[in-house]
Design a binder for this molecule. Structure first.
Ligand SMILES: Nc1nc2c(c(=O)[nH]1)N[C@H]1C(S)=C(S)[C@@H](COP(=O)(O)O)O[C@H]1N2
Ligand SMILES: [Mo]
Length: 248
């Protein structure tokens, strides 16, 4: 073996170790399976990412019992079709509201293999998760409610996220846009909620569908969802002036 061969091999080994090391590093925000980049093995990324979400760094937040459920104020926008109750008025939302959301759809697009639009009943036909959790608003109040919805992980898996996808962006009818990373997106308690305290989600609380990100502060739980866009790169779309990540 000549010298240049030796250097090449050594470089290859070092590169291999480095990428293994960064995969195992605790707190790494982008855990990648060894099959990363192979288009035929996209499913590995899903299972790996989902699996990673269940490991210690992604422990569940406390869940409460029915007797802990409290009163729950509605804050921010409380009706996107009413100029006095919304950051931005949406005529489309007003039309959906008139039809009891029967023609409302959530589109899931961006870095997904199959862009899809889901009706409310499509979303309700996924396995549901119920959780009684404490909501903490940055303005200094907390409240406990039971939420029913579909785990975001199931919806993303159904649309088939690309191996390079790293962020999930949420657009709402009243204007706000926000995003979470894949660690939070695949957290078992991150759900798209259509029910609150055993009833359909009411308009002041984000009907027909809101996000619940239990690992973070209240404003990450976006109400009045319109569409979800999966991206490779972080897009700083939020104009709220609040921090992007506020873990609980
Ligand atoms: N689209 C949208 N999502 C939103 C808000 C909002 O005004 N619009 N307010 C946020 C804030 S600050 C909080 S505390 C919670 C309030 O949810 P609630 O009205 O059900 O209490 O929703 C969050 N999600
Ligand atoms: Mo809030």
């Amino acid at each position: 073996m000549n010298k240049s061969n030796l250097i090449t091999r050594r470089t290859a080994i070092i590169t291999g170790l480095t990428s293994l090391g960064s995969m195992l590093l605790p707190g790494c925000t982008k855990p990648l399976p060894p099959t990363y980049g192979n288009i035929l093995r996209m499913g590995d990324v899903l299972t790996y990412t989902a699996h990673r979400a269940l490991l210690p760094g992604q422990s569940l937040v406390k869940e409460y019992s029915h007797r802990d459920i409290s009163s729950f104020p509605a804050t921010g926008s409380t009706n996107p079709s009413d100029p006095e109750k919304s950051y931005t008025v949406s005529e489309a939302y007003g039309r959906f509201l008139k039809n009891s959301f029967s023609d409302w759809k959530l589109s899931v697009e961006g870095r997904v293999a199959r862009p899809v639009s889901y009706s409310l009943s499509d979303l309700q036909s996924f396995p549901a998760r119920r959780q009684i959790t404490r909501h903490t608003c940055e303005e200094g109040w907390t409240a406990i409610a039971e939420w029913t919805g579909v785990p975001l992980s199931l919806v993303l898996a159904n649309a088939g996220i690309m191996p390079s996808a790293r962020f999930v962006n949420f657009y709402s009818y009243d204007g706000p846009i926000d995003s979470i990373d894949m660690m939070d997106a695949f957290h078992p308690q991150t759900i798209l909620a259509y029910g609150m305290n055993g009833k359909n989600l009411l308009v002041p609380h984000g009907a027909p569908l809101r996000l619940r990100v239990e690992t973070q502060v209240g404003y990450k739980s976006m109400k009045y969802l319109e569409r979800i866009v999966v991206t490779d790169e972080f897009m700083d779309l939020g104009d709220s002036g609040w921090a992007w990540y506020v873990g609980m």
